[in-house]
Every structure is written in C-alpha cells, then in structure tokens.
Design a protein around this ligand. Structure first.
Ligand SMILES: [Cu+2]
Length: 182
C-alpha cells in the first residue's frame, strides 16, 4: 500500500529537491531536528546536495567520489543499492572502515540503509559513491549525472555539480590498497 503511494512522486520530487540544494547551500550545518524547509513531501525519498569532487590536478584522475544526502520520508527503511554515471566506467557504493589500524575505503556489503523517516549523509571520510574508470577530467563547474538505485527497484537521477575538494584527497586511494602509503 505504501509502495504505490511512495513510488509515484519520486521522480517528480527530484527536480524540486535539486533546486532546493541551491537554496539551502548557505545553510549547511543546521540542526538534526530542523524542519527541512519545504524539502521533502511525506512519503518520498529524495536526494539533496549532490556534488562530485573535481579530478583536475588530483593524484589519480581516473577515480573520484560523489557525495549527497538521501532523505527517506517514508515509513519504511530503504537501501541505496546501486549507483551509475555516464562519466564513469564503473561506480560502487563505498564505506570507510578501519583495517589493521588504518582507515581504508571498501565497497559496502549490501548497500547503504536509510532508516524510515531518517536521512543518510554520503560525505568525504564516510559513505560515498565511488566513480571509477572515469572517461573524462572533471573540473569545478562541470555537471555529472548520477543514477541511484534503491532496494524497492526505484531509481532517482540527479545532476551533481563538480567542486574542488582537497582537504581529504589522501583518502581516495584505490579500493583495497590499504598498504598504499601516505
Ligand atoms: Cu571509495
């Protein structure tokens, strides 16, 4: 019952959600309980604040991270299971984990769960979409299409701006190269 109600508006709420990102760009860091200003209608899953790290001048320009917020305004958990992008030959959902005392990133086991009525941040140093086998250089100001697939079979498409991010560039080693020195 919830499914049919929830499914229909998803694609329609996408554009407003993306537009909202611009409006909210200056409001980063607002409280957990803050009402998401007109953001999400009840019964929808939305993506907010998507962005992709620029590869210009980066250590390894064949890969980068995409970051965003998933808001689950339904009353059922949903799992982000897949990601893809036309600019990437391969995309995976990654998490950071401590292995032998060192933080490494690795593919998630089964995706990223977003609790009913909750949200999940994908950010540098945490969960992220790993874009690999990049087909082009990504410069600040470029835009990247992302398609996100969820456990109930629905997908959301977003356009993510490319932004500079250097602070944690050292975290983006190839998957599984824990021994890669700093
Ligand atoms: Cu990664």
């Amino acid at each position: 019952m919830l499914n049919t109600a929830a499914r229909r508006p998803w694609t329609r709420t996408l554009l407003p959600a993306v537009a909202l990102v611009v409006a909210l760009a200056g409001l980063a860091g607002c409280g957990d309980e803050a009402e998401p200003a007109a953001a999400a209608e009840p019964g929808t899953v939305t993506i907010e604040d998507p962005w992709v790290r620029a590869t210009v001048g980066s250590e390894d320009p064949t890969m980068t991270g995409a970051f965003l917020v998933v808001d689950n305004n339904t009353d059922e958990d949903v799992t982000l299971e897949t990601a893809s992008s036309p600019v990437a030959g391969m995309a995976q959902l990654h998490e950071m984990a401590k292995v032998d005392g060192e933080m490494v990133m690795r593919e998630t086991d089964g995706g990223i769960v977003v609790r009913a009525g909750g949200g999940q941040l994908l950010q540098p140093g945490g969960y992220h979409v790993m874009l690999m086998k990049l087909k082009q250089e990504l410069a600040p100001g470029d835009e990247v299409e992302l398609t996100l697939g969820f456990s109930d079979g629905t997908t959301l498409e977003v356009t993510a701006p490319v932004k500079e991010f250097t602070e944690e560039a050292g975290h983006y080693h190839s998957p599984g190269t824990a021994e890669h020195g700093h």
